[in-house]
Write a protein that binds this ligand. Sequence first.
Ligand SMILES: *Cc1c(COP(=O)(O)O)cnc(C)c1O
Length: 394
Amino acid sequence: MHEPDFTLSAGPTMSSPRVQQAQGRPMIFDYDPVFQERFRETERMVGELMRTEKDVVLMQGEAVLGIEAAARGVVRPGMKCLNLVSGVYAKWFGDWLRSYEAEVVELEVPYDEALDPAQVREELERHSDFELVALVHSETPSGIENPLAEIGPLAKGAGALVFADVVSAVGGTDVRIDEWGVDICVGGPQKCLAGPPGMSLVVVGEDAWAAIEANPNAPRASFLSLLDWRETWIAGGRVKFPYTPSVSDVHGVHAALGECLDDGLDAVIARHAGAARACREGAKAMGLELWPRSEEYAANCVTAIRCPEGAEVKATLEHVRERYGVMLSGGYGELTEKLFRVGHMGPGSRSLYPLVAVSALGRGLADLGVEVDLGAGANATLGVLAESREGVAA
Ligand SMILES: *Cc1c(COP(=O)(O)O)cnc(C)c1O
């Protein structure tokens, strides 16, 4: 089989020529001044993208490393945690919390809905002694965005530490760590930022550091240790790494973040929002049903579409990939067979990629006998793209 012509999946997603070139740079020594300055600059750019002055720690492994490191660092046995669940990733986070023997209360909503700040407020009032509140900003598996802007300050105001998974939010939607009272969060370079998978963009504030320091179970002398990064890299003046970073991935992530900031963060977010709206309108006009119950909380990173009756997710995706060279995604975890996801992240949010995504899914379903209105779908997608791109340089 050939490489795909279009990767419009739920991430990793297509990378730009600038990122590809950066990753092809010669390998250099991690103590070379050029590399060290590039590393420090990457940290500063993460701070800018997440609008935070807190410490940035670039852990050298895909975002799950950062999420596990954050959880292991902060959570001690008996710690009372409120885990807010609206999807697969948050559910997994709860499993981690329980495995570290935290006392976990879970507030769960159906996976086609977003978290409701009023419900969160009630839960915070009912208990009043939560030490940690955890949530996922953008639930990629169900294409739903949670109101972190409202829940973050509520939880912080109630005296809890706030953990947020912003892996697929950063670069695609507003992420304001300091304004929203988030203490510790993890972003991913391989979603809306369209960098290589392989790094965790972790932000740690003073309150989170204090909790980690006070936790006898926080990893030390470990690949999972945030404290190692603090003591070796940050406290030492950012000249000594706890271990060798993934040099090529650092080059790639540096380029991806630089591209986003050069385009302008607000413009990049607007582009993702426009691409998402184009896909939603296209899917609906075609006769398909969106997965989120309300478009108010549909995510900017992927559009989740219910699998129509008579269709099968796996067979449709394979068909689209084989016949048209387009890689889309299905559901994930318990949602695997329930929905399709078309990604519109990074380069996939540009140009006419949303039309490719919507048409590939629609044509694929039609080939397999599902009735869809391809013309109406294409028209609606293009209509939104035309409108959202007006006055915006390509
Ligand atoms: C992609 C993603 C992660 C990282 O998980 P992988 O499945 O290893 O890519 C974590 N959280 C969210 C919300 C994500 O979208």
